[in-house]
Design a protein around this ligand. Sequence first.
Ligand SMILES: [Zn+2]
Length: 221
Amino acid sequence: MSGPVNDPPPGDPAARPLLGAATLPCGADVDLLLEQVADGRGADRDAHQQRCVHCQAALSEFTALWAPVTELTAAPIPAPPGLAAAVMSQIRFLVRDIWYTLEITESGTIRIAARIVAALARDCARMIPGVRVALGRSTQGKIAALAEKATFGHRHPHAAVGVLGRTAVVDLAVAVTYDDPAHQVARDIQRQVIATLRDQVGLQSVKVNVTVDDILGDDEI
Ligand SMILES: [Zn+2]
């Protein structure tokens, strides 16, 4: 498919944004996120960033990648001139395909689709005692509406998982049983999902936001 989206940005190449106007699935500008991290404001998250798994994953990954630059900038010895450029090129490579994780190994690169990360997280959450239903993101609606949304959620800009490099942020909405304390079940979900994604996907940094949307008796669903 061709169109204006694939055309190079017009005008002076030097005036183009550093990362060639790359955006996250939510539409956030990667350059602005990187600027935020480089200015030391990575933890200052606006209302959108506090809700958005894509922005959260990007800010975490960029903060980790940018850490050596930050450290050397604070040190009395100035950062070597090539360092920031090297990190930039690493980030440019990372954002080339924002629907996949990326691990760079000596034998080549490994990419795992975001939808696989989302599916593993949901499957893992469903296995935890006390969990009746686990879906990709909370809504106000009934379980049926949740299920419908979650089915396509991972292909949608408002996906329940944000991945970048070896970082993932996952939103899960669950219904738990009456017999188990909801916060305890939520903790178990966080622990198990983090362990699973580290083991099976090789992720380094995983955040799991759990919303308990419903408490079900034995006769429901
Ligand atoms: Zn976002």
